[in-house]
Design a protein around this ligand. Structure first.
Ligand SMILES: C[S@@+](CC[C@H](N)C(=O)[O-])C[C@H]1O[C@@H](n2cnc3c(N)ncnc32)[C@H](O)[C@@H]1O
Length: 320
């Protein structure tokens, strides 16, 4: 089940998120990709409630599809992991955090993009219960050592290197690296000294990285106007889009289209702006309401572009 980040509570009582199993342990997976890990691993943790956080909307939909048949109680959300960890689980509420094949950001100037820095381990120490564990699996030797060093620097974890769980060796990235001949390292970090102190390096919620907004650029015909608008339906293999309405801005040369987007597992209402610039018109998904950028939402931007093209516009560029 997908739960939008905005529907969660800050902090979130797990008992209300999992009413069927209110006393269960709470496990968080960060960067679940297409969801293969929990689909396989959950049978070994039948008492656990699962929350998965992923930054990619496309992965979110793929994992939801998989979870529907293989782990139907799983809760999936789209957010930046550190922001979620900071805001959502109450102090001492998590029993486990899984991180499988995190993005390594290997270039020297990019280390601040890494998830597993000291700030992450400090934050996790305030959210895990005493004895709770972080399970890290990665093919990237240097990032693995870096992460353990960052965790050690907190003085809060007992670290054991061991064999990865079977399910972590079956994820999309595990198989990809295995085919390239790379092995996986695995460590379990057991929380010995819980913490409540917030690290000053926290990124605030307003700094959650935003998706690249799908857009296009068009040139409208002379004296373009929309005097009436009829509801239109556009379809792709995985989505149905209904353009419901078009509104003219009272303050600037711009139109806003309201679209209803239905995909398996997720329904969204999104706004798409067509804003006149000096030479052309920018057609772009609006950030209002925090839309999850999925193939269906991209289809909605395409549908507005197609509508403008049918009305005599020249499409200069499409970037969905
Ligand atoms: C290399 S992939 C691994 C995916 C999956 N765990 C696997 O093993 O196949 C890393 C994943 O982490 C996600 N990710 C990267 N940064 C993230 C963040 N800050 N918060 C949540 N997910 C993130 C990416 O979108 C991507 O799906």
């Amino acid at each position: 089940m997908i739960v939008r980040f905005s529907e969660l509570h800050f902090p979130q009582d797990p008992a209300t998120l999992y009413p069927h199993n209110p006393a269960g342990e709470w496990h968080l997976e960060i960067g679940f990709g297409d969801g293969r890990f929990w689909a396989a691993h959950h049978t070994l943790e039948p008492q656990a409630n699962y929350l998965g956080v992923e930054i990619s909307g496309v992965s979110l939909l793929k994992a939801e599809r998989r979870a529907r048949t293989s782990a139907p109680q799983a809760v999936l959300t789209k957010a930046d992991a550190l922001s979620l960890l900071r805001a959502v689980p109450p102090e001492g509420s998590l029993s486990r955090i899984y991180i499988n094949f995190p993005d390594p950001w290997p270039k020297a100037g990019h280390l601040e993009h890494r998830l597993m820095r000291r700030v992450f381990f400090e934050t996790a120490a305030g959210r895990l219960r005493a004895g709770g564990e972080i399970w890290i699996t990665t093919d990237h030797e240097e990032y693995f050592e870096f992460a353990l060093e960052e965790a050690r620097a907190t003085g809060r974890y007992a670290i054991t290197e061991t064999e990865p769980p079977q399910a972590a060796l079956q994820t999309k990235y595990a198989l990809k690296w295995r085919d390239l001949g790379l092995g996986a390292r695995h460590a379990r970090l057991r929380l010995e000294l819980p913490g409540t102190v917030l690290h000053p390096d926290f990124r605030s919620l307003s700094q959650i990285p935003e998706d690249h907004m799908p857009h296009s650029v068009v040139q409208l015909p002379p004296a373009f106007e929309i005097s009436s608008f009829e509801k239109r339906v556009a379809r792709s293999a995985s989505a149905t889009v209904v353009l419901l309405e078009a509104f003219r801005s009272a303050s600037r040369p711009a139109w806003t289209f309201l679209a209803h987007v239905e995909e398996e597992g997720l329904t969204q209402e999104v706004l798409i702006n067509a804003t006149e610039r000096e030479q052309d018109v920018l057609v772009r998904l609006d950030r209002f309401g925090g839309p999850i950028v999925t193939p269906g939402v991209k289809r909605a931007v395409a549908a507005v572009t197609d509508y403008l093209e049918e009305r005599g516009s020249r499409v200069l560029m499409r970037a969905y």
